[in-house]
Design a protein around this ligand. Structure first.
Ligand code: C2E
Ligand code: CA
Ligand code: CA
Ligand code: CA
Length: 279
């Protein structure tokens, strides 16, 4: 038994070592990824629940690694954050996403809106506001067509810097949305302190809708908070038709999830977009 324990420890050490090596290798590769044009964006449609019409999309970054293949953001965004690379990577994402959104609007979906994830690190950076302004100008995209998704935890890190930054962004005219709303456990008072325009209801609450095994009480409570503050809501992670009914009944108007579409390359979304109806 003692030997088995030793072996297990040796295995554990070796695993840790491999993980550390892996991380160091990825980190140095990530430094080159932008210059080598290895990053790309996929777009997941955001639909109007009542009509099913695509009114926008969330830009989600991927890394096409020459050896490891397509790497999901969860595996390199944390590395980008801890090395500061998130600032140039985030700048690239903003530019690319705004340029693509402008193309879709020019092609006839004139009310198309693009959502871009912004990490806490970027909000702390003094370059963010200039990067957003520059991305909009370069694309010729109106600020009202861009929404920035910021997690609750962002608003709890250096709140004075964050508050100032969000007001600067707000002054540009962009929409500020809280991502993964409801998962931050913290006090909700930030919703009144910060200039927030929209809530993105986390998948974990959407999971609780439309199914015998689930209790929708928490989802109802979360959506009620948005309703009380008159904040528009987008539900994420909608996978089943019953959830669409549930969300509509609760007064949530926009959603995204595998039920509608998975994140896809720009060319695929182009084929699915319809012109904005005239009114
Ligand atoms: P997120 O902002 O919560 O994005 C939603 C994630 O949920 C995406 O994963 C999406 O593919 C996935 N998803 C969407 N609908 C469904 C569904 O119906 N079911 C399930 N099971 N999953 C669904 P993805 O693309 O792997 O992105 C993961 C996270 O990486 C994002 O979570 C976001 O936090 C981060 N991320 C992605 N792109 C960027 C970026 O450009 N900048 C920064 N800072 N973070 C990013
Ligand atoms: Ca998001
Ligand atoms: Ca989210
Ligand atoms: Ca989420």
């Amino acid at each position: 038994a003692k030997n088995a324990g030793k072996r297990r420890f040796a295995f554990f050490e070796a695993t840790m070592y491999t993980a550390a090596l892996h991380r160091v290798a990825l980190e140095s590769d990530l430094r080159e990824a932008l210059a080598r044009d290895e990053l790309l964006l996929h777009y997941q449609p955001i639909v109007e629940l009542a009509t099913g019409r695509i009114v926008g999309a969330e830009a989600l970054v991927r890394w096409r690694h020459p050896v490891r293949g397509l790497i999901p953001p969860m595996e390199f965004i944390p590395i980008a954050e801890s090395t500061g690379l998130i600032v140039p990577i985030g700048r690239w994402v903003l530019r690319e996403a705004c340029a693509q959104a402008a193309r879709w609007r020019a092609a006839g979906t004139t009310d198309f809106r693009i959502a871009v994830n912004v990490s806490a690190w970027q909000v702390q950076s003094s370059e963010l506001v200039a990067d957003v302004r520059e991305a909009l100008a370069h694309a010729g995209l109106p600020a009202s067509a861009l929404s920035l998704e910021i997690t609750e935890s962002t608003m709890l890190t250096d709140t004075e810097v964050t508050l100032g930054r969000l007001h600067e962004l707000k002054a540009l005219g962009v929409t500020l949305g809280v991502d993964d709303f409801g998962t931050g456990y913290s006090s909700l008072s930030y919703l009144q302190r910060f200039p927030i325009d929209q809530l993105k209801i986390d998948k974990s609450f959407v999971d609780g809708l439309g199914g015998a095994a689930h209790d929708p009480a928490l989802t109802r409570a979360i959506v009620a908070i948005g309703g009380a503050l008159r904040l528009p809501m987008v539900a994420e992670g909608v996978e089943r038709p019953e959830q669409v009914e549930g969300l509509l009944a609760l007064g949530c108007e926009l959603a995204q999830g595998f039920h509608f579409a998975r994140p896809m390359p720009a060319s695929e979304l182009s084929a699915r977009l319809a012109p904005t109806p005239e009114r």
